[in-house]
Design a protein around this ligand. Structure first.
Ligand code: S3P
Length: 430
């Protein structure tokens, strides 16, 4: 797919439902008693992988488009699947489902695509094994395919070496079934959607600063989950609005959970004109409309506890920093290397090819903004966030930017190019 400079982006857009919340609503719905009604569910390939895994374990799930009904069978209602569970490209499916499977009285094999078979799973194998599950990496490389033999679990107090919501959630989900109390402490607070949703389904869970503690408390109850728009998808329009002269975009119904809203704070710290309107809360998750206008930006430093609140937005922020005066430093972000691609290496090579002044560090990048970018051929490495980042960057570069593997946006935002096209006034891309 090819992109070239556009004069401005204007209009109103509604981004699809939050990926993290969509996954969790199907998982908790499946192990709750009764029906869970999910609205604004993200119909991205990752969330469809979660649906398909639970259908293979005997859960009836009606997918009616943006509404999904999950007919849960209770904590012990899953059936042994007839074949390995395929998690596709989804790290969230693989890691969170492992927590649930660790407590089932059947064994199962968990696998996924080439990318998922390279991503680190030892981070969940360690705590789940400590709780009593038997999990092995079939290639003995700490990655999927995983063999999981569930059983009787006991609670642990786990000090996670990484601030990862996927690790935390895997342990908490296992903790639903464990004898005694299970807690997870992280170095910095990662997204807390699991904790909020577990509470909403009736679990006995409490949270203090960076520690979440769960106790088994009988069955969860099916409920209603309205999924807010995904701030990680909104991030592309937010950055585009700031970068492209003359732009003004209103992004409707975006989740602004404080464990996810780092992008808003960083854009504002860089001098971005970003305002929230109609702030509201439904089922524990806050949402708002976001109004963004083109702004003169300056560099900033992003690190430490801020990183988990914008981890998926860092590729887009690295590109945004090319349009800011002065230096932007991204540090404490080594986790970027183990996402769907090595997002530090891929961003540094792509932005360098477009003429940016960017250097790679062990745990981040340093960008000096202000140089005009030119088009280039960019390999998305089949990483959805990389494809979307370079599509936006291509709209502000001289000449043509070609993105290889552009269709991978179907993982988190199937209609991304259609929505982007709708906001373009006077320009074009094919
Ligand atoms: C997610 C957590 C984050 C994030 C991923 C979704 C989740 O991963 O990058 O896209 O839904 O829990 P980590 O837990 O590995 O940081």
């Amino acid at each position: 797919m090819k992109f070239s400079k556009v004069p401005s982006l204007r209009g109103e857009i509604t981004v699809p439902g939050d990926k993290s919340i969509s996954h969790r609503s199907v998982m908790l719905g499946a192990i709750a008693k009764g029906t869970t009604e999910i609205t604004n569910f993200l119909q991205g390939a990752d969330c469809l992988s979660t649906i398909s895994c639970f259908r293979s374990m005997g859960i009836e799930i009606q997918n009616e488009g943006s509404r999904v009904l999950v007919h849960g069978k209770g904590l012990k209602g899953l059936k042994r699947p007839g074949s390995p569970l395929d998690c596709g490209n989804s790290g969230t499916t693989t890691r969170l489902i492992s927590g649930i499977l660790s407590a089932q009285d059947f064994d199962v094999i968990l696998t996924g695509d080439d990318s998922i078979q390279k991503r680190p799973m030892k981070r969940i194998m360690d705590p789940l094994s400590q709780m009593g599950a038997r999990i092995t990496s079939l290639q003995n490389n700490g990655c999927a395919p995983l063999s999981i033999q569930g059983g009787i679990l006991h609670g642990i107090h786990y000090a996670s070496p990484v601030a990862s919501a996927q690790v935390k959630s895997a342990v908490l989900l296992a903790g639903l079934y464990a004898q005694g109390e299970t807690s997870v402490t992280e170095p910095y607070l990662s997204r807390n959607h699991s904790e909020l949703m577990l509470k909403h389904f009736g679990a006995d869970i409490r949270c203090e600063v960076c520690t979440a503690t769960i106790r088994p408390a009988g069955e969860l109850s099916g409920c209603r989950i309205p999924v807010p728009g995904d701030i990680s998808s909104a991030a592309f329009f937010l950055a585009a609005g700031l970068m492209i002269p003359g732009s003004e975009i209103r992004i409707k119904n975006v989740g602004i959970n404080p464990t996810r809203d780092g992008i808003l704070k960083v854009c504002q710290a860089m001098g971005g004109d970003v305002t929230l309107t109609d702030v509201r809360k439904d089922s524990g998750e806050p949402a708002a409309d976001i109004l963004v206008r083109h702004s003169a930006l300056h560099g900033t430093t992003i690190g430490q506890g801020m990183i988990p609140t914008l981890i998926d937005e860092l590729p887009m922020l690295a590109a945004l920093a090319c349009f800011a005066e002065g230096e932007t430093i991204i540090r404490d972000a080594a986790e970027l290397k183990v996402k769907e691609s090595n997002r530090i290496a891929v961003m540094v090579s792509g932005l360098s090819a477009m003429g940016a002044d960017i250097r790679e560090n062990e745990d981040g990048m340093i960008i000096r903004g202000g140089r005009e970018l030119h088009g280039a051929r960019i390999d998305s490495h089949l990483d959805h966030r990389i494809a979307m980042t370079f599509a936006i960057t291509g709209l502000c570069a001289q000449g043509e930017t070609e993105i290889l593997g552009a269709e991978c946006v179907n993982i988190s935002y199937p209609n991304f190019y259609r929505d982007l096209k709708r906001c373009v006034s006077g320009g074009a891309f094919q």
